[in-house]
Design a protein around this ligand. Structure first.
Ligand code: SF4
Length: 233
């Protein structure tokens, strides 16, 4: 029998807190699992405890009627993880099913680490691509964190951005060194590293000043500024 389920870790309604659509109301759908593990002296994945767990959820039960109404009215659907492209085949089946069942396509954003090449079967449904490629500061070996074919493919999508989490100008240089050849410079955004408001406050000014100096986009972290370390908001 056909398996009509998605492995869902978490779902909540909030505002998009980062990147090109920051401030849009959005329903977040977090799928389970990641293909890399960011863990270093500077940084540890802030959603690991959530994406490690997941529950097979029938297509029919992924969203409530109230959530479907919100999506119909224009609230964005942000599909995140972990790494949601681990599920891209099932996700494209789900989105086909969604369009047939509810007779509309919501505005979809995908949040990805840029290590898996998106397939057309999924990308045809997606409007915004929010890619956060990992640097050496993530503790992930280069061979596992850099997939130039995937980065080039995401760069080719009209509404894609690449958001680098950096603690200082040296991280900014590493981002350009590792990924600059594959990414249009106007799509690069730098975002300060830090899982608490206090840590962000310490480095923000330095990152903003370097963005101004070199002409890059800056991006802050609305959720940490507002709720500090709380997740699911
Ligand atoms: S790629 Fe993202 S979800 Fe995966 S471990 Fe790193 S920060 Fe966490």
């Amino acid at each position: 029998m056909r398996d009509n389920t998605l492995i869902v870790s978490e779902k909540f309604y909030s505002l998009q807190g980062e990147g090109q659509t920051m401030g849009y109301p959005a329903i977040f759908l977090r799928l389970a699992g990641c293909n890399i593990l960011c863990k270093s002296e500077h940084w540890i994945c802030d959603t690991i405890e959530v994406w490690r767990k997941g529950k097979a959820t029938d297509f029919q039960k992924v969203f409530t009627r109230n959530e479907i109404n919100k999506l119909r009215e224009g609230v964005h659907l942000v599909i995140t993880g972990g790494e949601p492209l681990l599920h891209q085949k099932k996700l494209s089946e789900y989105l086909s099913w969604f369009v047939t069942r509810y007779k509309f396509l919501p505005t979809i954003e995908i949040e990805t680490n840029g290590t898996i090449i998106p397939e057309v079967s999924l990308s045809k449904f997606v409007e915004y691509w929010n890619c956060s490629p990992k640097l050496a500061n993530s503790g992930v070996p280069e061979k596992n964190r850099i997939n130039t074919l995937a980065i080039s493919k995401i760069n080719s999508f009209e509404k894609s951005i690449f958001k680098f989490v950096v603690k200082d100008p040296s991280d900014m240089r590493h981002a350009i060194h590792d990924y600059g050849a594959e990414i249009s410079s106007t799509k690069i955004m730098f975002m300060p590293a830090g899982e608490t408001k206090e840590k962000l406050d310490l480095i923000r000014k330095n990152i903003i000043e370097k963005c101004i100096l070199f002409g890059f986009r800056y991006c802050d972290r609305l959720h940490i500024l507002t709720w500090n370390q709380k997740t699911g908001v």
